[in-house]
Design a protein around this ligand. Sequence first.
Ligand SMILES: *Cc1c(COP(=O)(O)O)cnc(C)c1O
Length: 428
Amino acid sequence: MSNNETLFQRAQITTPGGVNSPVRAFRSVGGTPRFIKKAQGAYFWDADDKRYIDYIGSWGPAILGHAHPEVISAVQQAASLGLSFGAPTEAEILMAEEICKLVPSIEQVRLVSSGTEATMSALRLARGATKRDKIIKFEGCYHGHADSLLVKAGSGLLTFGNPTSSGVPNDFTKHTLVLDYNDCTQLENAFKELGDQIACVIVEPVAGNMNLIKASDAFLQTMRRLCTEYGSILIFDEVMCGFRVALGGAQSIYNITPDLTALGKVIGGGLPVAAFGGKAEIMAHLAPLGGVYQAGTLSGNPVAVAAGLTTLKLIQAPDFYTNLTNQTQKLVGGLNAVAKELNIDFCADAIGGMFGIYFCKDVPNSFKQVMQADANKFKQFFHEMLELGIYLAPSAFEAGFVSAQHTNSVIETTISAARIALQKLTCK
Ligand SMILES: *Cc1c(COP(=O)(O)O)cnc(C)c1O
């Protein structure tokens, strides 16, 4: 038995499913999850000492590449001064100032420890500030695992949603309306019907949790206009795409100003930091200033903030995002060329340092279209690539991530592997 298999069996004795977050269990692709021992740059190594080119980057945070020496040294330095104080620190101010500078729609920000906490708190804030209960989300967008967000569309267009997780009471989701991503007409109709009851719309402006799906300009503009018209709060969940698609996040690419933004992943540089922020006028509703309660024992933790702040400094290097975008484009360009050459229904798309691969002819733009891609082909491709030392997301419904350490030779190795893997698929 391989070390990975031994560890997986052992893990399942004391941990449900052997993992601490479900996608890690490889359920949607089958097989044994790889237990990671160490990571450096674009690579990580599993328990059998096999090396992989890593395209999940801890699901986004590892934008500088793993174990960047400056980040590691900032963490060591902070740790030597004590791990947690439960009282404010100067580093938290620096972190807040940096976020407000880089994302101008954020006038004030609060640090939390996970993306789930950030979106959950932003929702409560939106409801508290508007004194309304109803919220709109879009099918296929993931905003963490708060009760009122684990919802799928109800039976009718304007009926409220049903829980997608057991343990979530129907009553907790009855205020959540689930609409189709990139569908402006549905959004218009929903607001016409219920606009004055809608506290907020929450959206991934670049969706990365149903594979990669880009919002259309019209979709986000319609959303912005309707929220303004009806006094609803627009929340951009940039936990994944923030500091990933561009330095100023998706909002800087689409040139749209949300009222609130949720951040996570990259802003912790690999440690647990997330944040939500926006208009000072809205943020003033938060305790201790206002009546919306929100708190966290480890919020703004000094060691985590050291990793986050150093990461935020390093991604401001000249041409950082130009280079990241170029490398990601080289990857998807190469994959698309191979697919064309082999005449296989496969395509790839990217924005900034995020990419998607799809076993269908054209790049999808909705959850329904993503669902139509060939899941079996993806599974085979995933395992062929894994065998060849390329670690892709173990699910057809996750985006991929490139880091600043994915050099030309790393990308070329990946494309050569993909040629072999895709060739095998055409033979089957
Ligand atoms: C990852 C993610 C979350 C949840 O963040 P966690 O830190 O895993 O709780 C929320 N929203 C989006 C868009 C995400 O990608």
